[in-house]
Design a protein around this ligand. Sequence first.
Ligand code: SF4
Length: 357
Amino acid sequence: MRSDLVHLVDELAERRALPVEGYQALVEGADSELRGLAARRAFEERRRVFGDAVYVRGLIEISSHCRNDCLYCGLRRSNASCQRYRLSTEKIMACVDEGYELGFRTFVLQGGEDLAFDDERLCDVVARIKRAHGDCAVTLSVGERPREVYQAFHDAGADRFLLRHETADPAHYARLHPAEMSHAHRLACLRDLREVGFVIGCGFMVGSPHQTARNIALDLKFIEGLRPEMCGIGPFVPHHATPFAHEPAGSADLTCFLLSLLRLQNPNVLLPATTALATVEGDGRERGMLAGANVVMPNLSPADAREKYLLYDGKASSGSEAAEGLADLRRRMAGIGLRVVVDRGDPPHATAAGTAI
Ligand code: SF4
């Protein structure tokens, strides 16, 4: 294990920050021993802040329609083979009620940028969830919208918003997205969401096509500056009907290492072990948790919708990925000394807002 890299891990744990070059050196030089060291330190940090708690979020995939054409995504509009659906308000409420019975206290409504799910319809859904289950948090993950629409979502009662920044490098962003999508606009949306009052989450794919170690270092630096309350990272997994069909999947080892660095950077961050991580490695959830993650998002969507919401090939949606598999998830988490709790799982304190965007 290189001592200069051990020093960088120490420095990150102490200062909660590194220069971009430091992050890059870690990404390029880490071996399994260093990854193990970072994971142990990150696990200690998550234990210090969150104890043995694992927060669960009930994921409801509300629409597979999308106006965008992101090159990596199976829901992109030019994928004619994608089966499109849109859940009715009644269906969404049925998923929420079922999830509540199972013990979920956060619901994540996720979908493509489907303008048929306009602000009025989505605000109505959010308000109904809050009326029915006032002790629950609602997270939205429905892409880029005008600031006034974000405001309306927040006014309706939505608490949190996930919007992956995808990459901190505009040139890399341009290789993953069609020309009409703008990196600057994505960052402006994150700024709007924070100003409107949302608890925010950003994130990126590990091993996305054309990604370099420098790109990842810039992502870590960006997140350090933004200090989001939530951060979603998972390995890139190719989808057969996209331009990236033949690109290799991202690495679970590198994803877990980056989870550890993010935990050391911000001990309070809500950090999921993502479905993509569980898709590339059967024990991805456990490995993610042992590397510093503290959130899991089992799928509450109706069974027929799950197979249509195919962001990438082989996406796991059964077993402990499924809400009805909660007992299995509990067992797996207990196996590594952790406990799935019935809790909204809010950020521990309001984090100081960063200024990097
Ligand atoms: S990543 Fe999101 S915005 Fe892009 S095509 Fe897929 S669902 Fe649409």
